[in-house]
Design a protein around this ligand. Structure first.
Ligand code: HAM
Length: 400
């Protein structure tokens, strides 16, 4: 999964950044927001001396990337800065399938560019990752705009007013949210809250003209890129730094933990954390959830060819031949000669190696080995001196 992420993101010009797991607690309080679940109840805090403040195990990576962007003055380089990082995050949640207290994210950020085309490209890249791991058909892309500091306060007020009027029909947690963070109510999964949420005012109707135009442009570029998506006005995300574009990738196969990735724009966060007024956008993929969807890895050999020696002199020859194959970038494995040919061929089948090269003592003397195509069962003789070139050509053709 990580190799595919690196490959795909590399195609879009992203580079890896490594970040510490420990950061000052304040970074997340200011970055993610004091009234979010993450900051209110999910952070692992390590007390430090009172003068210098506590430190925290990072619950996410965006705030750290932004801190690093500011501290390392990455904004003085060509923008956007395109960065990704892969690693463990920590949230003190109730563990269940698809929800761990230590989990792994592949996290992407693009900083210093406000154009809506970037939003569309970032989302396209996220879906390219899911295509690469073969999951795209099982996932739904959900997008929304949650406005900005110009239009959101009025929406927030009208939403709070509406929720206040229906307070008695909300769950206890949502009642607490109405005054502090009413948008989070829209994200509540409790069945009892759904009728109230369904009739709530829609952020889409409350967007100011610049936000509306930005979102329309994002959708236009997503269309141009041929992406299928749903506009979900209730998609608000659980972190406070978002403005305008937000998105999630959802699955129906993991119960309540239905988001395999989420992200959005966070123009204003860099400035809030002490940097220049640079915009940003990014996402994080929950790698355990991706792994759950993929299921256990197929029992598949990494090798392209299994060399089967029959007899000890042949084994020595196969060990050397395997070295030559690897030097020619052909993944090779050697059977160590303790089993009968039939047993080795059965093992080759289970390993799913595309080719087998059989080298017997008589083959050694004649200088010819037998090359077997495991899919068709076809066999042919190959001069031992040509085995490497032949297998390299087959491997290069992508032949299986
Ligand atoms: P998030 O939605 O909090 O966003 O997390 C992103 C993904 O991480 C979720 O969709 C989920 O797949 C996975 N995840 C979250 N919590 C857990 C958990 N306890 N166990 C397993 N998987 C989990 C962020 O973290 C933002 N920093 C994303 C972002 C980057 N926005 C802009 N840039």
């Amino acid at each position: 999964m990580e190799a595919e992420a690196r490959r795909v993101f590399g195609l879009y010009g992203y580079r890896e950044i490594r970040l510490p797991i420990l950061e000052r607690k304040e970074l997340f309080e200011r970055g993610i927001g004091e009234t979010t679940d993450i900051v209110e109840k999910e952070m692992y805090i390590i007390p430090r001396d009172p003068a210098r403040g506590d430190i925290a195990l990072r619950p996410e990576a965006t705030a750290s990337v932004v801190r690093s962007y500011i501290e390392r003055r990455l904004y003085t380089q060509l923008k956007p800065a395109r960065l990704y990082t892969i690693g463990p995050m920590f949230r003190h949640e109730r563990p269940q399938t698809g929800r761990q207290r230590q989990f792994h994210q592949t996290n992407v950020e693009a900083l210093g560019e406000a154009a809506p085309a970037l939003d569309a490209e970032v989302v396209r890249m996220l879906m390219a990752f899911f295509e690469a791991v073969g999951l795209a058909d099982r996932l739904v892309l959900s997008v929304n705009s949650i406005g900005d500091p110009v239009c959101r306060p009025a929406f927030r007020a009208s939403l709070a007013e509406y929720l206040e009027a229906h307070r008695d029909r909300l769950c206890e947690e949502c009642r607490g949210r109405v005054g502090r963070n009413p948008l989070r109510v829209l994200d509540c999964k409790q069945p009892g809250c759904q009728p109230v949420i369904e009739k709530a005012p829609s952020i889409q109707d409350a967007l100011c003209a610049p936000c509306r135009e930005h979102f329309a442009a994002v959708l236009r570029y997503l269309d141009a890129l041929g992406l299928r998506y749903e506009v979900t006005p209730r998609l608000v995300r659980g972190l406070d730094y978002y403005v305008r574009t937000t998105f999630e990738v959802l699955t129906g196969d993991l119960g309540a933990q239905n988001a395999v990735a989420g992200g959005g724009r966070y123009d204003g966060l860099v400035e809030l954390l002490g940097g220049p007024p640079d915009p940003g956008i990014g996402f994080a993929i929950g790698m355990e959830r991706v792994a759950l969807l993929l299921g256990s890895a197929p029992d598949r050999a990494a090798a392209f060819v299994l060399l089967i020696p029959l007899g000890d002199p042949a084994l020595a020859r196969c060990l050397v031949l395997a070295q030559d194959l690897r030097a020619a970038a052909v993944p090779a494995e050697v059977a160590y000669g303790a089993r009968k040919l039939r047993a080795e061929l059965e093992r080759a089948n289970r390993l799913m190696v595309p080719r087998v090269l059989i080298v017997g003592d008589s083959e050694l003397t004649s200088g010819v080995a037998i090359l077997r195509d495991m899919r068709t069962g076809d066999q042919r003789s190959v001069p031992l001196g040509e085995a490497v070139a032949t297998l390299r050509a087959l491997h290069g053709e992508g032949h299986v």
